[in-house]
Design a protein around this ligand. Structure first.
Ligand code: WQD
Length: 316
């Protein structure tokens, strides 16, 4: 099987590439190396900025030279705060990039796509576990671009595209040495950085309506998430499947304080925890209902929170 992975030099993308190669796929990566790291990939890499004017012809040439069985599209900007400050650049890169990719896929009759979407499409759902039919209501431009991206993937069914949107929950951990999340933008890498520099991790609010007062999320090991992409490609191999959306989570919630307790175990450091103010826009609870992906793709995460935190610590 020949696979094109955009964003394959990124933290998540490089795990997808590894697992695809391990399954025998021949992988080509497209990445603009803006946040991707070239050393993460050993397969052929084309440096293309997907949202640029020239991207359609570059991609069309690439997809003409190699007939890909499917495309896994992860290349995108993903910082919520930055998206609030720079909405135009998020729409340009995330939607413009996808539109260019689809234009080239249409021109070359490349008909299967797995799209990297996000639980950010849900906004602030007021349920124990959110399923894919819950009305999406993203509360920042990042989440909006992911939702519009999903719509675009669906709309492209008009020319025969078969697409799967994977809504990632909180991705963390490391599957291979050297592929760790170096960006330190999310709880686990931020807290690891603080512990390593002798500081106290900060809990953003402990007065939420949750058992210990801190926010609850669904943490997914990046290796499990990567495996879900391959399942999605297999799912699209069956001719009836034209479009679907799946949560990728464990279905199990963990609070910020529980994550930090796991980090104490993983690191062996009995650090202090600081309680800070709430961070604006944080839902108290965001946990995936994973019945659909389990029933339709036969997919379940295998790794628990302890393994996620331990792998992140070991790779740091
Ligand atoms: C997790 C929890 C924080 C740092 C974001 C995006 C989402 C998706 C995943 C891409 C929250 C708390 C954090 C800290 C803390 N991204 N926290 N102290 O916000 O759930 O999701 O990443 O698709 O779209 O919004 O992840 O890791 O920032 O926070 O207490 O120093 O940890 O308040 O409750 P979040 P996060």
């Amino acid at each position: 099987m020949k696979l094109l992975v955009t964003g394959g030099a990124g933290y998540i993308g490089s795990h997808v590439v590894r697992i695809a190669e391990a399954s025998g796929a021949e992988v080509t990566v497209v990445d603009d190396l803006s946040t991707g790291i070239v050393n993460r990939v050993s397969c052929p890499l084309e440096e293309i900025q997907l949202a640029n004017d020239g991207a359609v012809s570059q991609l069309t040439q690439l997809m003409t030279e190699t007939k890909f069985d499917a495309v896994i599209h992860l290349a995108a900007k993903k910082q919520v705060g930055e998206s609030v400050e720079q909405p135009e650049s998020y729409y340009k890169d995330n939607i413009g990039g996808l539109a260019n990719l689809l234009t080239a896929m249409r021109a070359t009759n490349t008909l299967k796509l797995v799209f990297s979407s996000s639980a950010a499409t849900y906004g602030m759902p007021d349920v124990e576990a959110v399923n894919e039919d819950y009305p999406p209501n993203p509360i920042n431009p990042y989440g909006q671009t992911k939702l519009v991206g999903e719509w675009l993937v669906k709309a492209a069914g008009v020319w025969g595209l078969r697409g799967v949107n994977l809504r990632y929950f909180n991705v963390a951990g490391t599957g291979h040495p050297g592929l760790g999340d170096t960006a330190a933008l999310n709880l686990i890498p931020i807290a690891i950085g603080q512990v390593k520099s002798g500081k106290s991790p900060i809990v953003f609010g402990n007065d939420y309506p949750t058992p210990d007062g801190s926010c609850i999320r669904d943490y997914v090991h990046v290796q499990d998430l990567a495996a879900a992409h391959l399942r999605a490609v297999e799912y699209l191999d069956q001719p009836k499947r034209s479009f679907d959306t799946f949560n990728v989570g464990t279905g199990v919630g963990a609070s910020v304080i529980e994550v930090l307790d796991e980090l104490k175990k993983a690191s062996g450091v009995d650090f202090e925890i600081e309680i800070g103010d709430r961070r604006p826009g944080d839902p108290p609870r965001l946990v995936a209902d994973v019945s659909r992906i389990k029933n339709e793709l036969g997919f379940e995460c295998e790794k628990n929170l302890g393994e996620i935190v331990q792998s992140a610590w070991d790779a740091s």
